[in-house]
Write a protein that binds this ligand. Structure first.
Ligand code: 13P
Length: 294
């Protein structure tokens, strides 16, 4: 079923688990992600960023297809605009059928972040669409971002931000970064800050830059109150590794089979990740009432 993020993340917050949000750039990826969630009886978030949509996942083509897949699923599926940069993109996303939008004004001055987020929250909520925003800034692993606390989320400011904007979920900066870290590097997360943020905000919190963060960090982050984890690079990587191995062992593999290989690898990766963050077996299809129940 296609849902917004509200109840999905409130349930995760109440029961202490996180929902995976996977950047999915084509039919095969979206299908792998949704099928993995279905088989694990887990809620799931399928998301796309603006540059991913511009490059490959053209919204007008791919959204109707993903919405249809989401509606057919036995588990709650949210369709999220990842890192929406401006009002035009947000309004377009709302009209096209995204059920959650992220507005990312986190690199702008605080008051401007508040102002833009508030407007997007008002617009989206009027259409039953939920909103995620970011405070502090989660940068790029390739630039060495995330290693110093200057970009981390300030607790008092976060309380003020949520009060003023009315967002449904807040992405916090506690030491992760987007993309690939240098080989062998595992980020050090500020769990003390996460504990303070959770205690002060008592709402669903989001971790961006899930890839390469290390299983132990991810498990601790979930235990510490993270309820949505964004994963992109590692999902692509799972497909890349499987495709390379397939070509190595079967150089004659054709296009069709290589696509099937990639899709299966992503599905396996997502199923494992879902179990790691504890969202499996949260929605079991109830044949008696002909509906899904928690
Ligand atoms: P990674 O590519 O590091 O997993 O980051 C994904 C993300 O946070 C998307 O918003």
């Amino acid at each position: 079923m296609l849902v917004n993020m509200k109840e999905m993340l409130l349930n995760a917050d109440r029961d202490g688990y996180a929902v995976m949000a996977v950047n999915s750039v084509n039919m095969e990826m979206a299908r792998a992600v949704i099928e993995a969630a279905n088989e694990e009886h887990s809620p799931i978030i399928v998301q796309m960023g603006r540059s991913q949509m511009a490059k490959l996942a053209h919204a007008e083509d791919i959204l109707p297809m993903i919405i249809a897949m989401a509606k057919r699923a036995d588990v709650p599926v949210c369709l999220n605009l990842d890192h929406g940069p401006d009002f035009k993109t947000e309004v377009d996303a709302i009209h096209r059928g995204f059920t959650n939008v992220m507005i990312d004004a986190s690199s702008l001055p605080y008051e401007e972040n508040v102002r833009r987020t508030r407007i997007v929250a008002d617009l989206a909520h009027a259409s039953g669409i939920t909103v995620e925003a970011e405070l502090g800034h989660v940068g790029q692993a390739a630039d060495g971002d995330g290693r110093s606390a200057d970009m981390y989320t300030n607790v008092a400011q976060a309380v003020d931000f949520v009060q003023k904007t009315g967002v449904d979920a807040l992405a916090v900066a506690i030491g992760t970064a987007h993309g690939k870290y240098p080989a062998g590097f595992v980020p050090k997360l500020d769990f003390q800050r996460l504990a303070e943020l959770k205690a002060a905000l008592k709402m669903p919190l989001v971790l961006h830059g899930g890839s390469g963060s290390g299983d132990e960090n991810i498990r601790k982050a979930v235990a510490g109150g993270i309820n949505k984890i964004n994963v992109c690079t590692d999902a692509f990587h799972a497909a890349e590794l499987a495709m390379k191995a397939k070509w190595e062992h079967e150089p004659e593999t054709d296009y069709l089979n290589i696509m099937v290989t990639a899709e299966s690898a992503i599905k396996l990766f997502v199923r494992d990740y879902i179990r790691m963050i504890g969202s499996n077996n949260r929605y079991i299809f109830d044949f008696a009432s002909n509906g899904s129940k928690e």
